[in-house]
Design a protein around this ligand. Structure first.
Ligand code: GTP
Ligand code: MN
Ligand code: MN
Length: 611
């Protein structure tokens, strides 16, 4: 048996409850070594990982890692929220009793770390000093060094975040065991993987993956699932898959903050890193606060909603990132930034990386290039033309501080006051460019009925249309009816309410499939209109589903869009919306405990469409 105390003492990990927890899990997983890590260990861990060939160099201060080919995305099927209360059963899809799940996970994890190191990763999912700090501390135990490198970039990591807790027992207990990735039956009826959040015990047990979305327990499992549950139980806050940005108007000196949910791979990171279009760049500045998670609370002093980004880094989609779509992201992953690339294509000889959409055509010199599975492109038999080089869910991981447009006050513990909450998905028809909603219940109703095409960030669902409440579908940890009620409660407590809006950058031409709106940098334009509407500077046109901009109210200077396409994205297709209302009716009926206010909002919209 290894001497755990020696290592915990060396690392200065003094919280007795954390020590006890580490020891109890070491007894189950039986690692050969144990190591407590902090951000100061990054350089050494990188060296060790390079030496062990777990990662490869990708330029100065850049790194490349390839995951197991069977392990490239979140698995929603295998994700479970467990509690002790049988009343939670049936509240939503993936609930199981905790007394059934815990023994199953312990069984799978027993002895699974033999021959390996158990890394102890103490972390904080909040800027230090935040009013929500008590929900932010956690300790992840993992048997995978690359996961540690990711955690150091994505969360604030170090023993200081768990040693002096106001309540020393109040930390999320996360255990990550990779398992034998070759033999887990991924995607078969005999799938061995389990990703379980035991929400009422604040315990996360993940077995069978080392992919970021499954293995970085601070991010999705704690930052979203557990935090959503904690926010509901305490009544204090909302934890959402939201981006968070600041927009400064240099002419008036005013500063606005906008947050909002788009489902995975639908443009949150792009929006947060936005460079304003050239014609607006002198006047407006967009600042990055967060691109994937926001925690929202009401501040009692001024009655406004404040948001923080609990994360410390960006885990961004690589595909289609280039000088035009996201120059900010390219600068964030430039040499010297410590970026870790996962599952992009890699050149053994030159140490370059490439992904689809990085340049219009792949590199022409095939020598040294390997695809994300590690196959030499030159030996693939298709000359590199048929199959993608990078996995569509390939990612880059880099700390917030390296993002060029990071806001100066991104670590302000108080967070920033929210002016607008937006929802948006990949919807090929029906949803206009933007429609604003001023009523709280109608805004929450709109979020609940966010419909989107599912994407490659999750296994096996690409292209499917489904409802994705506030973009939280994969991260919901309690029943949707209660979730709606909690939203109404928190937002209803604010005395200065944000404006809501639904946006859509993805409407397509039914004939040739082109995107009607050019998107990316131009997405600032509908956001500016929304803020002007909130300020009473424009009035828009009232429709049954919200207020849409009058054409002349949008600043369209230099936008490449035809009159016909513009007309389409600013028009409500009443017939199509009536159909949608029927789908919604059916969907909402399946949600027990949905507040009356949401039903009333639904009926108001339905009635307006019938007028
Ligand atoms: P997660 O990190 O998985 O939660 O997703 P995300 O919402 O951060 O998605 P991201 O910003 O990485 O966007 C994913 C994809 O959407 C990329 O392929 C982008 O190129 C594409 N995209 C983003 N913004 C736009 C846009 O305005 N128009 C179009 N057509 N595509 C966009
Ligand atoms: Mn996400
Ligand atoms: Mn993202």
């Amino acid at each position: 048996m290894i001497d755990i105390d020696v290592e915990l003492d060396r690392a200065g990990l003094t919280n007795p409850h954390v020590r006890e927890y580490v020891a109890s899990w070491a007894e189950i997983t039986q690692p050969d070594r144990i190591e407590v890590v902090s951000i100061a260990d990054d350089a050494r861990l990188l060296e060790e990982s390079l030496a062990a060939d777990e990662i490869q160099p990708a330029g100065e201060g850049l790194y490349y890692s390839r995951s197991h080919p069977k392990d490239t995305a979140r698995s929603e099927e295998r994700t479970i929220v467990a509690t002790a209360d049988p009343a939670d059963a049936g509240a939503y899809d993936n609930w199981h009793p905790s007394d059934e799940m815990k023994p199953m996970l312990v069984e799978r994890m027993r002895g699974a770390s033999r021959g390996k190191t158990m890394y102890v990763v103490p972390y904080l999912m909040a800027p230090p000093g935040s009013p929500l700090e008590r929900y932010a501390a956690g300790v992840e135990l993992t048997d995978h060094r690359t996961v540690v490198l990711h955690m150091i970039r994505m969360a604030r990591v170090g023993v200081e975040h768990v040693n002096d807790l106001a309540d020393p027992t109040m930390f999320v207990r996360g255990v990550h065991v990779t398992g034998d990735l070759e033999n887990l039956g991924q995607g078969t009826p005999d799938d061995q993987r389990y990703f379980v959040t035991v929400a009422d015990e604040r315990t996360i047990l993940h077995y069978g993956s080392s992919y970021g979305g499954n293995a970085l327990l601070g991010k999705i499992a704690h930052g979203l699932r557990q935090a959503a549950y904690d926010g509901w139980r305490s009544g204090e806050f909302l934890a959402e898959q939201f981006m968070l940005i600041g927009i400064t108007d240099r002419e008036t000196g005013r500063k606005y903050h906008v947050c909002g949910g788009f489902p995975s791979a639908s443009g949150k990171t792009n929006l947060a890193m936005m460079l304003p279009p050239d014609s607006l760049g002198d006047r407006y500045h967009v600042e990055f606060f967060g691109d994937d998670i926001a925690w929202l609370r009401v501040d009692p002093t001024d009655g406004r909603i404040y948001a923080i980004n609990p994360e410390f880094g960006v885990f961004g989609v690589a595909k289609d990132t280039n000088e035009f779509t996201n120059p900010t992201a390219l600068a964030a992953v430039a040499p010297g930034t410590g970026t870790l690339f996962t599952n992009v294509a890699y050149n053994d000889e030159t140490h370059e990386v490439w992904w689809e959409g990085r340049t219009p055509e792949p590199p022409t010199e095939l020598g040294g290039w390997r695809d994300w599975k590690g196959r030499l492109i030159s030996e693939r038999g298709d000359g590199g033309r048929d199959e993608p080089w990078a996995h569509p869910n390939s990612r880059f991981t880099v700390t917030l501080a390296k993002v060029p447009n990071i806001a100066d006050e991104y670590e302000d513990p108080k967070g920033v006051p929210i002016d607008a909450i937006i929802f948006g998905g990949r919807t090929r028809d029906r949803e206009p460019l933007v429609r604003a909603i001023t009523d709280i219940a109608e805004g929450v109703y709109d979020g609940l009925t966010l419909g989107a095409e599912a994407t490659f960030a999750a296994e096996g669902v690409e292209g499917q249309l489904r409802y994705d409440p506030m973009s939280m579908r994969p991260f919901m940890s309690y029943a949707e009816g209660a979730y709606a009620a909690h939203w109404l409660d928190v937002i209803g407590r604010a005395t200065d309410t944000p404006i809501f809006a639904h946006v859509n950058w993805f409407q397509r031409d039914p004939e040739d499939g082109h995107y009607l709106w050019p998107g990316y940098r131009d997405n600032l334009r509908p956001l500016l209109w929304l803020l002007q509407l909130r300020n009473g500077e424009v009035s828009g046109t009232q429709t049954p589903v919200g207020i849409v901009p009058k054409r002349e109210e949008l600043d369209l200077d230099g936008v490449a869009i035809s009159d016909a396409d513009l007309e389409t994205i600013l028009t409500i297709d009443i017939g199509r919306w009536r159909q949608e209302i029927e789908h919604r009716e059916e969907h909402l009926e399946g949600l027990p405990g949905l507040p009356d206010a949401i039903w009333q909002a639904h009926r108001r919209v339905a009635a307006a469409l019938d007028d």
